[in-house]
Write a protein that binds this ligand. Structure first.
Ligand code: PLP
Length: 373
C-alpha cells in the first residue's frame, strides 16, 4: 500500500533522539532547532519523561472518559499552578486543531452566535472550523468554506469593533505569537482592545496557545505578557513533548453541560502522564526562565547577522531575511546537520528548539550561518 502523499519530505530518517539532537541509522547527528515543529519542550527522550510513561504503561494506558481518571485532575491542578489560572476549567483532547475546534464550538454554544473573526496569516489547524479560521484558501475544501469567517489585520481595533457590532460573532480567535504565519504579534494596546471589545459585545475571545503555550514564549502562556483573561485558551504541541495531547482552558463564566464536548482518546492515562512529566521537568529545571535567557543570548548573536530581522519571543524565534530561506534550510540540513523551521512568510527562518537548548547550540547555528551567508 502506498502512503497518501501529502508531505514534501527531507531525505532524513531519524531513528533515535536525545535532548537537542536526533540521529539517523548511520549515527549521523542532527542539531534539532525545530523541535519537530515546536513539539519537543523538555528535550527528546528526557529520562524523567521516559520513566513516568514506562511506569504508567505497566499500570493502565487507557480507559474511556465514562469512568474516573484522577490523572486528569492532577493535570488540571498542575496547569493551574504553572499558569496561575486556577479558576479556569480544563477539557482534554488530542491535538491542536481539535483544541481550536472545541474552543470555537464552545464559543458558539456560549453566546448562540456563529460567525468567527480571525486574523490575516492565522493558522489554527486542519479540522472544519479551525481550518476555516486559517488564512490559507489552499487548505480549505469547499466543505470548510461553509463556515462564516472574517479575516482582519492585527492592530485594527476599528475594524474589529465594526465586525463585533453586527452582533453575530461567536468568537475572535488569535495567536499571541503567530507560528506558521511567521512570528508576527499583535501590539499590546490591541490585545487589551480585543479583550475589552469581546466582553462588551458578548463575543468569546480565544487565545490559540497551541504553539506558544507551555512556557515556550518565556511566560507560561504568551498572552500572559498582557495579563488578559480570554474566554478560552487552547494548547497542544509542547504539552506532551511528542505524546499527542491537546486541551482547552475555559473561563468560569462559561458553564459546562453534559454532552457539550467529548472525545474517546482525550485525557487518557498515558497522555496525562506525559503532560504531568513535562510540567514536572519545566518546574524542576526552570525551563521557562531558561527560555528567556536563551532568547537574550540568541538576540545577542543574531544582531550581528547583516540583513536579518529578529522576530518572536522566548524560544519561538525567527530570522527574517531579504531572500527566501528554502535553499538555506536545505543547506543547513544536508551540509551542516541542523534542523530549522520555515513559515508561510518564505523569508523567515524559524527557530523552535527544545526548551533545554544551550548557548553552545546557538553558537553552532550562528557560526554556520556566518559561514553560509
Ligand atoms: C497556532 C497553531 N494552532 C493550531 C495548530 C494545529 O495543531 P495540530 O497540528 O496539532 O492539529 C498549529 C499547528 O501548527 C498551530 O501552530
Amino acid at each position: 500500500m502506498k502512503l497518501f502523499d501529502v508531505y514534501p519530505l527531507y531525505e532524513v530518517c531519524p531513528v533515535k533522539a536525545k535532548d537537542v539532537y536526533v540521529y539517523d541509522a548511520t549515527g549521523k547527528e542532527y542539531l534539532d532547532l525545530y523541535g519537530g515543529h515546536a513539539v519537543i519542550s523538555i528535550g527528546h527522550s528526557h529520562p524523567h519523561y521516559v520513566n513516568r510513561l514506562q511506569e504508567q504503561l505497566q499500570k493502565i494506558a487507557f480507559y474511556s472518559n465514562a469512568v474516573e481518571n484522577p490523572l486528569q485532575q492532577q493535570l488540571a491542578d498542575q496547569i493551574g499552578e504553572h499558569s496561575c489560572l486556577h479558576e479556569y476549567q480544563l477539557f482534554l483532547c488530542s491535538s491542536g486543531a481539535e483544541a481550536n475546534e472545541n474552543a470555537l464550538k464552545l464559543a458558539s454554544f456560549y453566546n448562540g452566535k456563529k460567525r468567527i473573526v480571525a486574523f490575516k496569516n492565522a493558522f489554527h489547524g486542519r479540522t472544519s472550523a479551525a481550518v476555516a479560521a486559517t488564512d490559507n484558501q489552499n487548505i480549505n475544501a469547499p466543505l470548510n468554506q461553509q463556515q462564516e469567517v472574517t479575516f482582519i489585520p492585527f492592530n485594527d481595533a476599528k475594524a474589529l469593533e465594526n465586525e463585533l457590532k453586527k452582533d453575530d460573532v461567536c468568537a475572535v480567535i488569535f495567536e499571541p505569537i503567530q507560528g506558521v504565519g511567521g512570528l508576527d504579534m499583535p501590539d499590546d494596546d490591541f490585545v487589551f482592545a480585543m479583550e475589552r471589545l469581546c466582553y462588551q459585545y458578548n463575543t468569546a475571545l480565544i487565545a490559540d496557545e497551541v504553539q506558544s503555550g507551555f512556557s515556550r514564549s518565556g511566560t507560561f502562556f504568551a498572552f500572559q505578557n498582557n495579563n488578559i483573561k480570554p474566554h478560552v485558551i487552547t494548547m497542544a504541541k509542547g504539552m506532551g513533548n511528542g505524546f499527542p495531547i491537546g486541551g482547552i482552558l475555559v473561563h468560569p463564566d462559561v458553564q459546562p453541560k453534559y454532552g457539550m464536548l467529548g472525545t474517546t482518546f482525550g485525557g487518557n492515562h498515558l497522555a496525562c502522564t506525559a503532560s504531568l512529566a513535562v510540567l514536572e521537568v519545566i518546574k524542576k529545571d526552570r525551563l521557562q526562565q531558561h527560555a528567556k535567557e536563551m532568547e537574550t543570548y540568541f538576540r545577542s548573536r543574531a544582531e550581528k547577522i547583516k540583513g536579518a530581522t529578529i522576530k518572536g519571543r522566548g524560544l519561538m524565534l525567527g530570522l527574517e531575511f531579504n531572500f527566501e530561506v528554502g535553499p538555506l534550510r536545505k543547506r543547513l540540513i544536508y551540509e551542516k546537520q541542523i534542523f530549522t523551521g520555515g513559515s508561510s512568510n518564505k523569508k523567515v527562518l524559524r527557530i523552535l528548539p527544545p526548551l533545554t537548548v544551550q548557548k553552545a547550540h546557538f553558537d553552532q547555528l550562528f557560526d554556520v550561518l556566518e559561514d553560509l551567508l
